[in-house]
Design a protein around this ligand. Sequence first.
Ligand code: KDG
Ligand code: MG
Length: 402
Amino acid sequence: MKIADAKVIVCSPGRNFVTLKLVTEDGLYGLGDATLNGRELAVASYLNDHVLPTLIGADARRIEDTWQLLYQGAYWRRGPVTMAAIAAVDTALWDIKAKSLHVPLYQLLGGASREHVLVYGHASGDGIEDAVKAVADYLALGYRAIRVQCAVPGLPGTYGVGGGKLFYEPAARHAPPVNIWSSERYLEFVPRLFARLRQEFGPDPHLLHDVHHRLTPIEAARLGKSLEPYHLFWLEDPTPAEVQARFRLIRQHTTTPLAVGEVFNTIYDCHQLLEERLVDYIRATVVHAGGISHLRKIAALAELHQVRTGCHGATDLSPVCMAAALHFDLSVHNFGIQEYMRHSSDTDRVFPHQYRFEAGALHPGNAPGLGVDIDETLAAQFPYQRAYLPVNRLQDGTVHSW
Ligand code: KDG
Ligand code: MG
């Protein structure tokens, strides 16, 4: 089963997506997401200029061998561009293999470990009472787990405040938007937000919060401690994780569960966090962590240390990635939760998919392969638009993590 054709499809149905399509000599095809928000064309070039010419004529059944060849064979290791490109090839090959065997992908990954996949949605507000209303709206839709972000009083443009829609798009055309940040104001505000949410909704809904890498370890420890009475499902990315040992300090001070890893590319980014059990959920997902093959290795290491998965699932991860993540989530034993930020209707039309939301959970469906397709004619009507993620500055102008 040789790979006969390979193409990269770049489109922008509401936002940019990079999709790899591999076609075999038998006419089967598989899809892989290669989207890297704000740096999309770098991955498209990596695939077009360097990877795809080496894949034509290769055996589509040799998934692990292809992964190792692309990883070790490049000599230059890791990094988001390389790993998104490898992920796309890996995902497309798993799609082809499952289609060739006429089974949904999760059957090849060990079969279903559960009936469906618990997901969380994104509620937000310009003030605490707006956020309370947004959470009520999500509960009415059937969600059982909700991430809550809220504009910090006195700060323009707080991360994650989405204007009342079911999806939130931080990337903007032409130039990076500039947000202004104050950790002092944020640390004073967030415990008040969650106190109000628990007062309104009681102990049952799972509540999550994303710090988006903005605090120092001791500030993160303070936040985790002050949120303990409101028992969050998780506190996400409390501090940047390039130095994994930073999490020791947070861990010494708080029992609030921690989630980290949406920007991780390989197991080497998180092995210490897992081995020392410095986090409770690992957020790496298919497109940014080397595909299904590599993500399974991360999950296996996490399982050894009782860390559960919580795959990234924001709007910039295409329905191809979402479908792949759902097959993975359904199969691994140590699944925790899946982020599910909905896509625009244009995106859903370009990527028809089988996965369905019901009662706060998703199921990938039982179509052979991933259960997701791309309408190339429609995709061509939405050409690429250059877009940038925001940058963040402190009130005195200093650049800060966004
Ligand atoms: O591209 C960046 C987004 O995916 C990210 O900001 C979303 O932090 C995020 C999340 O938790 O969904
Ligand atoms: Mg996040």
